[in-house]
Design a protein around this ligand. Structure first.
Ligand SMILES: Nc1ncnc2c1ncn2[C@@H]1O[C@H](COP(=O)(O)OP(=O)(O)OP(=O)(O)O)[C@@H](O)[C@H]1O
Ligand SMILES: [Mg+2]
Length: 241
């Protein structure tokens, strides 16, 4: 990074590095090799799609990358920090600070308004970087929900709920946003709106995004597409973004 003659390399900072990741899951008497040796680098500001059929290990891989689950072997670095063998307490801190998650089912807190849902991660942060309400309002505006701040999840459409979830994931301004089938529970119209919202976020904030999906068409709207088959990345292609 300090070699000025190597400007290109210096400009491309690795936000996520996975080295020889594997995950074995016990299933009764057998072991499922859900992830079988994944190496991947994701650079700052990239928007990467991981595509593969059902059961190929997408959610398992994303869970490892996001520190929700520990790998069987291998190593994970997030924003330059080796999280592989971190204590649960420290890992929770890193997750809260460095990673935003978006899931297929929006997982919003039903009793809280959109605004309160987005404020929550800031209020939970050990060292909050933002005024919770101000930040939450800005993010909801960015996601096109300026007129829905006081609505509760039940009073919002699926696409709106997912946009609230995206705002919540961005609350602490994490360097990395991970999304697992973010449009998997939406009809095509709402899917398009949510995808556009993600692209707006990407353009506006420069957040690094990793999105997993079984939908090749969706994955190809990212910048770079990694193909996952049977727990291995078998191929990479350039996307449209
Ligand atoms: N808790 C678990 N215990 C045992 N096996 C599991 C467990 N979770 C997932 N698996 C297995 O690991 C493999 C990968 O599952 P994973 O959920 O990561 O796939 P996926 O690509 O996300 O699929 P989908 O597109 O259906 O969400 C599958 O064979 C699955 O059956
Ligand atoms: Mg999955």
């Amino acid at each position: 990074m300090n070699d000025l003659t190597n400007g290109q390399a210096a400009a491309r900072r690795v936000v996520l590095r996975a080295t020889n990741l594997t995950k074995d899951l016990p299933l009764g008497a057998v072991v499922v090799h859900a992830v079988r040796g994944v190496d991947m680098d994701v650079y700052e500001g990239e928007m990467v799609g991981i595509v593969g059929p059902s059961g190929s290990g997408k959610s398992t891989l994303l869970g490892l990358i996001g520190g929700l689950d520990a790998p069987t072997t291998g190593r994970i670095e997030i924003d330059g920090v080796d999280v592989t063998n971190m204590s649960e307490g420290k890992l929770t801190e890193v997750r809260n600070e460095k990673i935003g998650f978006v899931f297929q089912f929006f997982n919003l807190i039903p009793t809280l308004t959109a605004l309160e849902n987005v404020m929550l991660p800031i209020q939970f942060a050990r060292k909050p970087k933002f005024n919770p309400e101000k930040r939450a309002r800005e993010l909801l505006e960015l996601l096109g929900l300026g007129d829905r701040m006081k609505h509760r999840p039940m009073e919002l459409s699926g696409g709106q709920q997912q946009r609230v979830a995206i705002a919540r994931a961005l609350a602490n301004n994490p360097p990395l946003l991970l999304a697992d089938e973010p449009t998997g529970n939406l009809d095509s119209e709402a899917s398009a709106v949510v995808l556009q919202a993600l692209r707006d976020v990407w353009q506006e904030t420069g957040t690094t995004i990793v999105l997993v999906t079984h939908n090749l068409e969706l994955a190809r709207q990212m910048e770079r597409v990694l193909h996952l088959v049977d727990g291995r990345i078998v191929r990479e292609e350039k996307g449209a973004a």
